[in-house]
Design a binder for this molecule. Structure first.
Ligand code: SF4
Ligand code: SF4
Length: 406
């Protein structure tokens, strides 16, 4: 830890406090207090390392109120790795952080026994979760599927094999939205890919890292690396940008090795999909923070949406939906404020549907965007390329009888 502290202090010492990094910080834009923004947090962390600032409840609130969206990643002209500094700062502060003292053991335990945690949540789905949601202890009560997607190792074969890919399912797809995982498998097989869901996948570790549980997150990273690095596949696909970002970009910082073949579905499918005929429907694309800021993927999903025959409305401005995994439980007000802003933006666009590329964003946006469908991009791809006849000549009079996309 002493070494980590020295490296962190060295990184933070590069900061000249110019403030460029806070321009897009959503927590600062919502509450323009210096310590609620990127630069303020870095100054506090540096103070903590030099001893000028002592650990306190307020300091914890400032450092943990960062939603880890990554809007500041790469924004520093002097190369300070800001999200990494925040994560390391949280690891230093976690022993004194009382507010999340119950969340930590819970997250640690459920990341080790996710299937047991899922079964317990299923048992509490009817009474306990709605009760907790009503009391404001959790922000909402999710609808859970009867069974998760992943069991033991599963291989989905195809007749004329074009290639072989693995899927990193991730917890939100596995335990909340398994139908999205099924859509991905369905689309991949339609395109001639054998699909592997290897035995031994575990949580990517991002929720633990966000709570300051660095060692536990590293253990999970090691496990996933062992499972996925041995596979003979051309790509490892993930429907969750947070998982993809962790496996590809964060693991090298955490355990010194990453999974280079990881990619999100829009990057994988961008050059494989052909254009479809227009169906006169409009869509608003919501950029998930970890996909756009973290992995730099912005145009590929839009290209796919256009190819699927939808007109994009609402421009390309970006805003965090406020989900942030466990963040929406720790900072309910900030999370709700960010969600409200995003909902207003979507409503103003008058789009028929909202498309995004992250199960967490779907979960969060569906809470307030109730007048139109909120879809994961893979559901759109499946609908457009697996269920609609390809290249059918479209006539104007067919517009009303068109099989509905949503
Ligand atoms: S990660 Fe996001 S919330 Fe955190 S400091 Fe950077 S911009 Fe702000
Ligand atoms: S952009 Fe870099 S130098 Fe400027 S305040 Fe942020 S971290 Fe410091």
């Amino acid at each position: 830890m002493a070494e980590d502290k020295t490296a962190l202090l060295e990184d933070l010492s590069k900061c000249v406090r110019c403030g460029s990094c806070k321009a897009n910080c959503p927590t600062f834009l919502g509450d323009p207090l210096e310590p609620m923004g990127t630069r303020g947090r870095l100054v506090l962390l540096r103070g903590l390392l030099t001893g000028a600032v002592k650990p306190s409840r307020l300091l914890n609130e400032r450092i943990f109120s960062c939603i880890l969206c990554g809007a500041c990643a790469g924004a520093c002209p002097l190369g300070v790795d800001i999200p990494e500094a925040i994560c390391q700062g949280r690891a230093l502060l976690s022993p004194t952080d009382k507010k999340r003292r119950l969340l930590r053991p819970l997250a640690r335990w459920s990341s080790r026994r996710p299937d047991v945690a899922f079964r317990m949540l299923r048992m509490g789905e009817r009474l306990l979760l709605p009760f907790l949601a009503k009391r404001g202890i959790i922000p909402f009560s999710p609808e859970l599927p009867e069974v998760p997607l992943r069991r033991s190792e599963q291989v989905f074969r195809v007749h004329k094999k074009k290639g072989r890919v693995a899927v990193f399912v991730g917890c939100s797809i596995n335990y909340v939205f398994p139908h999205m995982g099924e859509s991905l498998i369905n689309v991949l097989r339609k395109f001639g890919y054998e699909v592997v869901l290897p035995h031994g996948e575990t949580c990517c570790g991002a929720p633990l890292r966000a709570l300051g549980l660095e060692k536990e997150a590293e253990e999970l990273a090691e496990k996933n690396y062992r499972v996925f690095s041995r596979l003979k596949v051309e790509a490892i696909l993930s429907l969750c940008p947070t998982c993809a970002l962790s496996l590809k970009t964060e693991y090298p910082k955490m355990i010194g090795k990453g999974l280079d073949r990881v990619m999100d579905v829009s990057t994988f499918f961008a050059d494989k999909l052909k254009g479809m005929d227009k169906i006169y429907r409009t869509s608003f694309y919501h950029d998930p923070c970890h996909l756009s800021y973290g992995l730099g993927v912005k145009q590929e999903p839009r290209e796919i949406i256009r190819k699927a025959g939808l007109d994009l409305v609402g421009g390309e401005d970006q805003g965090c939906c406020g989900f942030g995994g466990l963040y929406c439980m720790s900072f309910k007000e900030i999370s709700a404020g960010l969600l409200q802003k995003r909902t207003e933006r979507i409503s103003a666009s008058a789009a028929d549907a909202v498309v995004t590329s992250c199960p967490g964003c779907v979960l969060q946006l569906s809470r307030t965007v109730t007048d139109r469908p909120v879809l994961h991009l893979i559901e759109l791809i499946e609908e457009a390329y697996c269920y609609r006849p390809e290249k059918q000549p479209r006539k104007e009079k067919d517009a009303e009888s068109e099989p509905t996309l949503f």
